[in-house]
Design a protein around this ligand. Sequence first.
Ligand SMILES: *Cc1c(COP(=O)(O)O)cnc(C)c1O
Length: 359
Amino acid sequence: MRVYNFSPGPAVLPQEVLEQAREEMLDWRGTGMSVMEMSHRGKAFISIAEAAEADLRELLGVPKSYKVLFLQGGAMGQFAGVPLNLSKPGDTVDYVNTGAWSKKAIGEAKQYARVNVAADAGEPYTNIPLLSNWKVSENAAYLHYTPNETIGGVEFHFVPELKNGTPLVADMSSTLLSRPIDIAKFGVIYGGAQKNVGPAGLTLVIVREDLLGRARPGTPAFMDYSAMAKEGSMLNTPPTYAWYMAGLVFQWLKRQGGLKAMGETNRRKAELLYTAIDSSSFYKNPVQHDARSWMNIPFVLARPELDKTFIAEAKDAGLVTLEGHRSVGGMRASIYNAMPLAGVEALVSFMKEFERKHA
Ligand SMILES: *Cc1c(COP(=O)(O)O)cnc(C)c1O
């Protein structure tokens, strides 16, 4: 039996996609082999790879002047990949700190460049620092921010447009494809696939072409955007099966009506859960209203001694992986694209019933 899986990542995938993968598992379209068993340089896989990229470009409206890379190493690989590709030793790079993932990105960047923290939300990281107060550097190689903090459940509902022309770099691991975005506002967008895109093992990088060719000496070739772009992400063996699965997710997204329709569903799902939390004194979400994530919704119980009971009873009701991050505690519901509205409705009615029983 399938459960409603609220995991932050690796996360739920659309059931239709899993069924199609099962259907195609042993013999992909008459090739007599699984996609996992194919040469990445053969005609069959090349057609899979090209279709996935074309569908992703269509969904996001990626301009021609951007390259889309299908890499490995996760978002964390890009915490190093970004400074290696976009800055020289001694350069200043701007970072905005909105929580756990920002901090990790900053920590890694410090190994490569001079980090200026242009804005810091500060403990307990439940808001987005006011843009007019950001102290951006005049000559930063780029400004990096985390549009959605997966652990804290804090999300930017705007793109911070910089007047000084500094390229904007965004770790979109847990929000990419959740709604339309204007790619042209960014220099680089990257993300691990395992939140909202596909299975673990694939990392997407969308990079504006004028930022290519800048990797500093010593950058490992497989992390060099230009080298990878030149080889169509096939300088070495790409994560072929994850690439294929992401392609199935892109087709599924198109069948759902694309990112505008998806965004509306995601907004409704989030509203439903936040309303349930806010209208009860038993549950609480600490995030400032204008910074609340549509994708990851943490909440705590008025009686934290009931946390374990909540998790256990939720599991019995088919609602799993609701534990909050180990650094935060409480609960967290991750409601990515593949979580249907019915899953959020089931969670909300479980929460009401749990409150009735235990409040
Ligand atoms: C999960 C996550 C990461 C880490 O991703 P990996 O693919 O595990 O390296 C980084 N940033 C954000 C915002 C995330 O949600």
